[in-house]
Design a protein around this ligand. Structure first.
Ligand code: PGA
Length: 253
């Protein structure tokens, strides 16, 4: 893995101010693993507070509305999350696609607004079990990505991909390392074709879906895995740091 591994915690809809002590512990410990880039995406309500605590780790948002300010009750746009201290935003997560009917078109609009606000983007993709069983996982994932990559003039600075098979998220079931290597390889080929090999090489492809301290080392040593997007195991400093340590020691780093 040429680039620094990137370990990102996606806190989803978990966390009140009581979680700030976990953020602080993650931040302090991350200072001992400078080889690894560590970040968390807390709920909107905690972005500013985590940003104020963080000396080492990056802070991001889990989503943003694509529009400029306006009459959209309950929505938060990219400028607002950047103002709160976010440096990146996760877009296209399967829970947003499923729970909120997000389409590739809407995700594209969000990408454009995020880039305009100066944010980096972690762009998620991943297939359902039905799609995988039908042998169409690769075609499906590459189609999700193709529709979004055109927005990035400067992928090296702004783009991270997260491959998260839907059936592995929160289930305790991970893809095999062969499946991960095959999908990440296919994504890398698409990035090479789209941006050229030099720019593509700087885009990290994270794996997500039930990454835990005890499977992180194997996953992070897999070809073309540049880090992990971690849900459940990012909610305590202890388990999240287990993954950071694995990243700092993984063979390919
Ligand atoms: P999980 O979630 O680690 O709890 O499976 C990963 C994600 O959805 O980003």
């Amino acid at each position: 893995m040429a680039e620094r591994p990137y370990i990102v915690g996606n806190w989803k809809m978990f966390g009140t101010r009581a979680m700030l002590s976990e953020a602080r512990a993650i931040d302090r410990a991350a200072q001992r693993y400078m080889k690894v880039e560590v970040a968390v995406a807390p709920p909107y309500t905690l972005i500013h507070a985590v940003h104020k605590e963080a000396e080492q780790i990056g802070v991001g948002a889990q989503d943003c509305h694509p529009g400029a300010e306006g009459a959209h009750t309950g929505d938060i746009n990219a400028t607002m999350v950047a103002d709160a201290g976010a440096k990146f935003v996760i877009l296209g997560h399967s829970e947003r696609r499923q729970d909120h009917g997000e389409t590739n078109k809407l995700i594209n609009e969000k990408i454009e607004s995020a880039l305009e606000a100066g944010l980096r983007v972690i762009l998620c993709c991943g297939e359902s079990l039905e799609t995988r069983d039908a042998g169409e996982a690769e075609v499906f994932v590459l189609r999700q990505l193709k529709s979004a990559l055109g927005a990035f003039d400067d992928p090296a600075e702004r783009l991270t991909i997260a491959y998260e098979p839907i059936w592995a998220i929160g289930t305790g079931r991970t893809a095999t390392t062969d499946d991960i290597a095959a999908m990440h390889g296919a994504i890398r080929k698409l990035l090479d074709q789209t941006f050229g090999e030099e720019a593509s090489a700087k885009v990290r492809i994270l794996y997500g879906g039930s990454v835990k301290p005890d499977n992180a080392r194997e996953i992070l040593s897999t070809a073309e895995v540049g880090g992990a997007l971690v849900g459940g195991a990012s909610l305590t400093a202890e388990s999240f740091l287990g993954i950071v340590v694995a990243a700092s020691e993984s063979d390919e780093v």
